[in-house]
Design a protein around this ligand. Structure first.
Ligand code: MN
Length: 199
């Protein structure tokens, strides 16, 4: 049994003008595909073969770096592409919105905190909205680490993640990472975020 590159639920051009088609195509068909293939190749000689992706990455401090990096890459990109949608983002609603308000004061404050975490992550990495029990927190991780890993500074269940590796935005935004983060907010699928939130 091996992991499969998921098919996107929308076209590469569907997130224009916020995320351009060429970036999406390379990001999915090259980068995400490479993490998937490298993960499968590394599992061939590992006793973790057959485990779920969550089980493989949970003990990131103890597994081979190739599994931490490509297992994280596979998981993170599955989440990232799943949480995007064409046609403009819906807003968070219901219990998720209530919890965002409770944890950050308001949706706008949450957005500010998340944007800052994404903008200030030095080098390559991710920023996350994480459920920890009844509350939500924002954090960021380097490389392909994520909050499910034992190495993460803030651990919990990621319900939203933004990829701030340059490959996620450089073709369109070059060094203007904050513009990419602002654009990302236009294509978040809050219904999908809400599905991952355990009320
Ligand atoms: Mn990426």
């Amino acid at each position: 049994m091996s992991f499969t590159l998921p098919t996107l639920k929308y076209d590469y051009k569907a997130l224009e003008p916020y995320i351009d088609a060429q970036t999406m195509e390379i990001h999915h068909s090259k980068h995400h595909a490479a993490y998937t293939n490298n993960l499968n190749a590394a599992l061939e000689t590992s006793d973790l073969k057959g485990k779920s992706i969550e089980e493989i990455i949970a003990n990131a401090s103890k597994v081979a770096p190739v599994l931490r990096n490509n297992g994280g890459g596979f998981y993170n990109h599955n989440l990232y592409f799943d949480l995007l949608t064409p046609g403009g983002a819906s807003a968070p609603q219901g219990k998720l919105l209530e919890t965002l308000n409770g944890s950050f004061g308001s949706y706008d404050s949450f957005k500010e905190v998340f944007t800052k975490a994404a903008a200030t992550r030095f080098g390559s990495g991710w920023a996350w909205l994480i459920q920890k029990g009844d509350s939500l927190v924002v954090s960021s991780t380097p490389n392909q680490d994520n909050p499910l890993m034992d190495v993460a500074e803030v651990q919990g269940s990621p319900i939203l993640g933004i990829d701030v590796w340059e490959h996620a935005y450089y073709l369109k935004y070059q060094n203007r990472r904050p513009e990419y983060i602002e654009a990302f907010f236009k294509v978040i699928n809050w219904d999908e975020v809400a599905k991952r939130f355990k009320a």
